[in-house]
Design a binder for this molecule. Structure first.
Ligand code: XIL
Length: 374
């Protein structure tokens, strides 16, 4: 070989090594071998009126969840009225971008119209009538997207903090087996769909024990449940990474995969014990909104560190973690700007209000190329 040829060969080799050594720059590439990374998307992203947000989702994520468009009040606002326009567009967005598409949710106590639980005179309906409504809703909604929505949150937030069953209208009227029935009907409506139980505060041992008992009850009834969704509405100081690790391993030991379904990290002052109870509504007060003019650099760094340590837990358990979904795209989209206090300026996600990646994004995206030690 001539010296010239040798030099060319060396140059080609060096260039390909440099490419190989380049760390991935997208979340979906960084975690591609481990689990899906998703985002909850809103109406503006679904319709494209938020073109910037939609482009971030398409570039960075390989799974989507519908922030609101598949909830009962939106998709089934009146007894014989189904409105599928936005839900159809949501699914089309996911298909166009070859994404793992999540349905959220089929049975919940919130964002469900009152008529569901009432007869024509506004009186409570019977157990049989309520179960028939649930059955018909599930068959209509799951059936419409059969083979297209890969994963359904079948029942959302059925547990109290102490692990007992929440006394929602579902429970009060239909009794506890509404849960097993919902899973059974979702399975019948689309036998290939992955079915999830989804809840918050599963980091608390008592509530987690309740979730595990519920999973076992569903399994004992011979009804498939594939995933437990741990919502992951977290704070800087809660839960500890050890508690997050225990949450993942104990839930997985029940024989299901674990998905982190609604991850965000709240930096604002707490107004209540850790919760994601959507009915909470606390009066606004400037003291509760300390970063209205911007997030100090040390808080940015603290958020980045916190995100990296949580993703390190999920990476270590990639054998059982199937997906990590952020509850929103940019900080401007987050529900935490208006919950539990309306009109705050919140910083819980990986992209800032201008759609730029934050230090937390950089920390998360480079993590898989670094060693992840316990
Ligand atoms: C939230 C949405 O983000 C808000 O836009 C809506 O007003 C209320 O619901 N747990 C859930 C999600 O399962 O559906 C909730 O989403 C957040 C808490």
């Amino acid at each position: 070989m001539t010296i010239r040829r040798f030099a060319v060969l060396v140059a080609i080799l060096a260039a390909s090594l440099a490419i190989a050594a380049q760390a991935p720059t997208t979340l979906k590439d960084a975690y591609g071998g481990s689990f899906y990374v998703g985002a909850a998307i809103n109406t503006a992203q679904i319709t494209g009126s938020d073109a910037r947000g939609a482009a971030i989702v398409a570039a960075q994520f390989n799974s989507i969840s519908p922030e609101n468009v598949l909830k009962w009040e939106q998709v089934h606002p009146q007894p014989s009225v189904y409105t599928f326009d936005l839900a159809d567009k949501y699914v089309e967005f996911g298909e166009k971008n070859h994404m793992f598409i999540v349905g959220h949710n089929l049975c919940w106590h919130a964002q469900t119209p009152d008529w569901v639980f009432q007869d024509a005179d506004g009186k409570p309906i019977t157990r049989d009538a309520l179960l028939k409504r649930l059955h018909d809703h599930i068959f209509t909604v799951v059936g419409r997207y059969k083979g297209r929505i890969q994963s359904w949150d079948v029942v959302n937030e059925a547990l109290n903090e102490d692990g007992t069953l929440r006394h929602s209208k579902w429970f009060e009227i239909a009794g506890e087996d509404y849960i097993v029935k919902a899973f059974q009907w979702a399975h019948e409506a689309d036998p290939s769909a992955q079915l999830n139980y989804n809840d918050y505060n599963l980091e608390n041992p008592e509530k987690r024990r309740g979730a595990i008992a519920l999973i076992k009850k569903i399994q004992a009834a011979d009804v498939p449940i594939a995933v437990v969704g741990s919502q992951g509405h977290l704070h800087l100081d809660w839960p500890s990474t050890d508690a997050e690790e225990a949450t993942v391993t104990e839930l997985a030991a029940a024989g299901v995969k674990v998905a982190i379904t609604e991850l965000d990290i709240d930096l604002l002052p707490r107004v209540a014990p850790n919760t994601a109870d959507v009915s909470l509504n606390v009066k606004a007060d400037p003291k509760l909104n300390p970063y209205a003019a911007g997030l100090p650099a040390d808080m940015q760094q603290a958020l980045a560190k916190r995100y990296a340590s949580l993703f390190a837990v999920y990476l270590r358990h990639r054998d059982v973690v199937s997906r990590v979904t952020l509850w929103g795209v940019s900080d401007a989209d987050s529900w935490l700007n208006d919950w539990p206090v309306v009109g705050r300026t919140s910083y819980p996600l990986l992209f800032d209000r201008a759609g730029k990646p934050k230090p937390a994004f950089d920390a998360v995206v480079k993590l898989p190329t670094q060693a992840v030690k316990p």
